[in-house]
Ligand binder design. Structure first.
Ligand code: FPP
Length: 356
């Protein structure tokens, strides 16, 4: 491959992925796309000149990547786009470990990916995004890491409040989870974001913080039991929609999940939205990249998995109907057809009367 023209486009950039480096020793470190670069002048670069070739390769990869992204986007736009995507943003710390940077930075880069993820959802017409920002299990992390994640969420919430995209998109922000367990300043930030966006309904960002799926169901059950005791609710009237309405997601505002994505290589849904995901038998997409590395093509691939599944579901339903019809006797079928004809005939008469 010729290095000339390609190198001249990005002569000062250099891929850092494979380098072990503490960011404080490398003030020139820059995030570009999903990759960290350092400037050519940095001493580490001088030791690693062979990696300039990698930068050239990266430029070439970018062309392929953009083409593939456009192809996938065109393909998935031809089919049904999921309304609600929930994401388990896993692998922030492992990403940082792999780069040799402080672990907290992994969360910072993860939060940038979350911002891009929202852009992509908006572009594609996904109007509900639920992100798993802090699980109840995450309370067991060190004081330092907990404090860092809480500060990061506060900062991101305040940025979202002032970001014109939030208002242009009419994006409503809500927190789901045991918000009362969170520190006061985070609760305040949540309130600020919820208040600033309460009137919006074109897109929804649901942030699961201090969230645990079993706890959510337990809280709903306790809430309903209290209402039954006070006579506000009859036990016989409780059905799936009653339970949905008592969850943190309050069924009417946040519908069931269509697609759940987990990054970082683990194949489990970790107590995330068990009711909302299983009721609708949502599609699941597990992928290897750590959350800070998650790209638009990963989202597009996840949506393609959802679409294939939907297609299979519809085909299976049609096949069942055909099988059922085939299992019916001839006389039964004739009887059913006659019944439908009579019903249509009656309806036609009624329409004529009303029309006159
Ligand atoms: C999981 O990675 C990630 C978290 C516990 C925190 C994620 C939070 C954010 C990215 C903030 C986003 C907030 C807003 C409001 C945009 P991990 O720490 O479990 O990583 P590991 O699997 O490598 O240990």
């Amino acid at each position: 491959m010729s290095h000339g023209p390609i190198s001249s486009r990005k002569p000062h950039l250099h891929r850092l992925n494979s380098l072990k480096i503490e960011p404080q020793f490398c003030p020139e470190a820059k995030l570009f796309g999903n990759t960290i670069f350092i400037r050519k002048a940095d001493s580490l670069e001088r030791q690693k000149t062979d990696q300039y070739r990698e930068a050239d390769g990266m430029f070439f990869d970018n062309i392929i990547y953009r083409g593939y992204e456009r192809l996938l986007t065109g393909e998935i736009r031809k089919h049904h786009i999921p309304r609600h995507i929930a994401v388990i943003m896993d692998g922030n710390r492992r990403y940082a470990d792999r780069l040799g940077i402080v672990r907290n930075l992994g969360h910072t880069y993860g939060a940038r990916t979350t911002e891009w993820f929202l852009d992509w959802c908006w572009e594609l017409g996904v109007n509900q995004a639920t992100i798993y920002a802090f699980s109840t299990e995450n309370f067991s992390r060190t004081d330092d890491e907990r404090a860092m994640i809480f500060d990061l969420i506060i900062r991101k919430l305040d940025e979202l409040i002032h970001d014109p995209r939030t208002h242009d998109r009419q994006m409503r922000i809500s927190a789901i989870g045991e918000v009362h367990l969170l520190p006061g300043d985070l609760q305040d930030a949540i309130r600020r974001a919820e208040d600033a966006t309460r009137g919006y309904d074109a897109m929804y960002l649901n942030i699961a913080t201090a969230y645990g799926g079993q706890r959510e169901i337990l809280d709903a059950v306790c809430d309903m039991a209290r209402k039954v005791r006070s006579g506000e609710l009859h036990a016989d009237d409780i059905d799936e929609s009653t339970i949905s309405g008592h969850l943190y997601t309050n069924g009417t505002l946040i519908p069931d999940v269509d697609l759940i994505i987990r990054t970082g290589g683990d194949i489990r849904t970790s107590n995330f939205l068990p009711w909302q995901a299983n009721g609708s038998e949502c599609a699941a997409y597990f992928c290897a990249p750590f959350w800070p590395e998650f790209r638009k093509i990963d989202l597009l691939r996840a949506i393609r998995v959802y679409q294939v599944r939907e297609h299979e579901r519809k085909r299976a339903a049609t096949r069942r109907i055909v099988d059922m019809l085939a299992a019916c006797g001839h006389a039964e079928l004739e009887g059913a057809v006659g019944h439908v004809r009579r019903a249509i005939g009656k309806k036609d008469t009624a329409t004529t009367v009303v029309g006159n």
